[in-house]
Design a protein around this ligand. Structure first.
Ligand code: SF4
Length: 439
């Protein structure tokens, strides 16, 4: 039986696609391995939405090709890099055995069997569902990709050209998948898409995330349902009502705003009323914990714009902010804008925003010091020195990999994947230290 390994790079949407892909391969009789050295077939599922992501994909392909020289494995590339480079892939990586873009991942096994390139395999899109899915984590937490592609035209972003137009999955297919995940022990379900809050408008003629969330919240065993990638102007009142009514929907939302100054938002082609939308959310759900993403150094951004942004953040709307300096993509419309800003200035501004936001984070956690908080354990390791246990986990307002962790030292081991309650003691960076009572 041939062994296949899939390396997933980039965002959680790629992780889900790689899990579907492994399911498709398993369905075709391949064995699965995480060890490239023992694989007969290696697939690198790539990302290329910004320069650094593209470089990481190219570096990983080269690393796999050096294994190929030793073991003779066959190497295939899929996803956003072939979608971006199209048939330039042949000249950039002549040694690979084949590639597919974002819209034809399901075709990969056929390519593997038939050996060789197939230029037609490059329509944009995504592998949105598969009967089989091989989860890449043993923890009771996973992602549910509810749609692919994007209907917006943010001037700095090339994702619509890589992933195509907005394509929602049906509520039925999502509920089926979520039920099977819950039946297999999943307790936390994280909803993802390029723009999750526009879910449904393409197939139901109206935003339907509220309806989807209500159905998912009925599924037995799902303790936490988390929403990432909300888009400001498609956050509806009925969606916020569902957040209010359903206790297993985490009182947390990731809503990238990218900036707040109208001067910059209009150049980005993003909603100018972003501030009032955030206000509306916090008025309706005062205790909700918000995360956002910000770009600094966008062409035309002035010192005044950055100061306006910092004073907006200092009002404490967000507990977490991911800050990125502008990355000039030649394929993006923003690369043609005047008043491009030096990268060093963009980086300085990123640091300014990060420092301002850290003070906000710290003061928000100071307000809940001494409170009890429930958390899921994700790692428990014994310390050599005093045989205590180093525990890390997450609470309802911490998404995986981006919001820091709950940390504690325990006399007794705690079970990974189980929920416990601890008392908040303080912070270390973005980690929140807790103590735990008798267990
Ligand atoms: S909403 Fe997100 S994915 Fe869509 S164009 Fe804007 S930044 Fe890109």
């Amino acid at each position: 039986m041939q062994k296949v390994a899939v390396v997933a790079l980039g965002c959680p949407k790629n992780t889900v696609e790689a899990e579907y892909l492994l399911g498709v391969f398993r369905g075709k009789g391949f064995a699965i391995t995480n060890n490239i050295e023992e694989a007969d077939i290696a697939v690198i599922h790539t990302c290329s939405f910004i320069k650094t992501a593209k470089e990481e994909s190219e570096k990983t392909i080269r690393a796999v090709l050096s294994v190929k020289k030793k073991t003779g494995l066959r190497a295939y590339v899929s996803g956003c890099l072939p979608q971006l480079l199209q048939n330039k892939m042949n000249s950039v990586f002549p040694e690979i055995d084949g590639y597919v873009g974002t819209g034809t991942l399901k075709e990969l096994p056929r390519l593997v069997f038939n050996k060789g390139f197939d230029k037609s395999l490059l329509p944009p899109g995504g592998l949105n569902e598969s009967k089989y899915r091989v989860l890449s984590s043993s923890l009771p937490s996973t992602y549910l990709k509810i749609a692919e592609g994007c209907g917006h035209k943010c001037s700095f972003c090339i994702i619509p050209s890589l992933r195509g137009g907005y394509e929602s999955r049906t509520i039925e297919s999502l509920v089926d998948e979520a039920k099977s995940l819950a039946d297999n022990g999943i307790k936390e379900l994280i909803l993802i898409a390029q723009d999750a809050t526009s879910y449904g408008y393409d197939i139901y003629g109206a935003f339907a995330l509220d309806k989807l969330l209500s159905k998912l919240a009925n599924i037995k065993g799902l303790k936490w349902i988390r929403l990432l990638y909300a888009y400001p102007s498609s956050v509806t009142d009925s969606l916020l009502d569902v957040f209010k009514e359903r206790k297993n929907i985490c009182n947390y939302m990731d809503i990238p705003i990218q900036h707040i100054s109208k001067n910059v938002l209009s150049a980005m082609r993003r909603p100018l009323n972003t501030a009032s939308i955030i206000d509306k959310i916090k008025n309706k759900l005062p205790d909700i914990v918000l995360r956002t993403s910000i770009i600094t150094g966008f062409p035309g951004e002035t010192k005044r714009d950055i100061n306006e942004l910092i004073s907006f953040l200092e009002r404490g709307y967000f507990q977490y902010v991911g800050v990125f300096e502008y990355s000039n993509q030649k394929e993006a419309d923003s690369s043609k804008l005047k008043k491009q800003i030096k990268n060093s200035v963009a980086v300085d501004r990123r640091t300014l925003v990060e420092n301002a936001q850290y003070s906000v984070f710290k003061s928000q956690i100071d307000k809940i010091k001494g409170n009890d908080i429930e958390f899921i354990v994700e790692n428990c390791s014994q310390k050599i020195s005093d045989s205590k246990y180093n525990i890390t986990g997450r609470c309802y307002f911490q998404a995986p990999e981006i919001d820091g962790n709950i940390t504690l030292l325990s006399d007794k081991p705690l079970k990974s994947g189980e929920f416990y309650s601890g008392k908040i003691k303080g912070v270390k960076g973005y980690n929140i230290k807790v103590t735990i009572g008798e267990i």
